[in-house]
Design a protein around this ligand. Structure first.
Ligand code: UGA
Length: 428
């Protein structure tokens, strides 16, 4: 099928390349012409495991990119996927402005279209947004009617950054939101070779499924972090507790790694978005709010731990290893590691940092408040104390830390290997 993908960020790039790998003909559309040039030269504009290689491995006709969203670029598409971001730096919950703008452009481009195009909202949006905000924009800007001239479907993604292409190609399930018969048939055809259950629901249910999944994962992390904070005070190792909890299949071992908390563009935003929708509906989301509250406090606990150990941090030589919101990505959005680093700078510490993948993006938020180093060894060389903030494999080498105080926010050094180190773990 011919598929247009609007937005060449993490989601759009992965979906575009993934669909092309599955045999569809893809046109990627992004307003950033530098990104478009990169894609057309066979280079992915975002870091994602295996993406560059997959892009280069595609037949030249199966994927192309353009910065023009008009009837020429999307007019022949069987489906048009909206994959633009729904989070912005200064917005706590969802910011639907980019999705709404993309919907407007798509609508204008569809003004003179014939046939029955299927517009698919893949960007994560707050429950009800496709129905109440995106669909009316599409109708107004196209001068056409949903359900008569075109379909509007919701099709959330469940891709983990760093593993997104593999997640796309081997999903656990596919959720299709929308009762439009043609829309369902087109999406059913697009996904027919994935061989996994397709869950068909209405648009708002699909949106709730997406936000509830991320809020549940966030809940698991905040739960184990809260238990971890209690364990720390008791002198108990949370990882032993989590191991035994996870052996119960009703609980499962996933997302029970205690540490400095969850970040990224998804878990915080989607949990916040559910809270906001709940309040609009007159319901106070006590549990969801607590998930976020526990998470907001967690990074600061790490700094307080260092202060208890070493006194005031002003003038101290501190190293931060890992700046991304998790290992294996260059993404620093809502990264707890950035929160810790800013806190250290505010306390007057002299901070060196190392994160090979995330350095460029971190510079955008930390500017010249820290010294960026090309290797962990170099970053640590003068340090009195080292904060380990992602569980990247390269930080597991215990030799790195000899003679330093280690404050571990991710359980990078396990029991046994850290003997002899001046070491403190956040929840163990
Ligand atoms: C998350 C979801 O896992 C995906 O299913 C979803 O598609 C995606 O959001 C999205 O909405 O697009 P992602 O943001 O890439 O994916 O990150 P996760 O791997 O879920 O990790 C989120 C945060 O939780 C990270 O900061 C991670 O370090 C933290 N985490 C995770 C823990 O602190 N402990 C754990 O046990 C697991």
């Amino acid at each position: 099928m011919i598929l247009a993908v609007v937005g060449a960020g993490y989601v759009g790039m992965v979906c575009g390349v993934g669909f092309a790998k599955m045999g569809h003909q893809v046109i990627l559309i992004d307003i950033d012409s530098d990104k478009v040039d990169m894609i057309n030269q066979g280079r992915a504009p975002v870091y994602e495991t295996g993406l560059d290689a997959a892009l280069r491995g595609l037949a030249p006709t199966s994927l192309s990119a353009t910065s023009t969203l008009d009837s020429d670029s999307i007019g022949n598409a069987d489906a048009i996927f909206l994959c633009v971001q729904s989070s912005t730096a200064d917005c706590e919950g969802m910011d639907l402005t980019p999705v709404e703008r993309a919907a407007r452009d798509v609508g204008v481009a569809l003004r003179n279209s014939s046939g029955y195009p299927v517009v698919v909202v893949k960007s994560t949006v707050s429950p009800g947004a496709t129905e109440k905000r995106i669909l009316p924009i599409l109708e107004e800007s196209s001068g056409k009617r949903a359900g008569v001239d075109f379909a509007v479907m919701a099709n959330p993604e469940f891709l983990r950054e760093g593993n997104a292409l593999a997640d796309f190609l081997c999903p656990d399930r596919i959720v299709i939101g929308g009762v439009d018969t043609k829309g369902r048939a087109v999406l059913g055809e697009i996904y027919k070779d994935f061989g996994v259950p397709i869950i068909s629901v209405d648009r708002t249910t699909a949106e709730v499924i997406k936000c509830a999944c991320n809020a549940f994962l966030a809940a698991k992390v905040s739960f184990i972090n809260e238990v971890g904070n209690i364990c720390k005070a008791l002198g108990v190792d949370t990882y032993k507790v989590a191991e035994a909890m996870g052996a119960d299949p009703r609980i499962s071992p996933h997302f029970l790694k205690a540490g400095i908390g969850f970040g990224g563009s998804c878990l915080p935003k989607d949990t916040r978005s559910l809270c906001m929708v709940a309040r609009e509906l007159g319901y106070e989301p006590i549990l969801l709010e607590s998930i976020l509250q526990v998470n907001d406090n967690q990074p600061l606990r790490l700094i307080e731990m260092a202060e208890r150990k070493m006194g005031r941090l002003v003038g101290k030589k501190v190293t931060v290893l890992g700046l991304a919101f998790k290992a294996g990505t260059d993404d620093v959005r809502k990264s707890p590691a950035i929160q810790v680093t800013k806190g250290l700078c505010q306390r007057g510490a002299s901070v060196t940092v190392y994160d090979a993948l995330a350095e460029e993006k971190a510079k955008g938020v930390l500017q010249d408040r820290v010294i960026y180093c090309p290797s962990a060894v170099e970053a640590i060389s003068q340090a009195e104390v080292v904060f380990v903030l992602t569980d990247s494999d390269e930080f597991k080498d215990v030799e790195l830390y000899s003679g330093k105080v280690v404050i571990d926010g991710r359980r990078v050094l396990d029991d046994g290997v850290r003997d002899g180190l001046d070491y403190e773990g956040i929840c163990w």
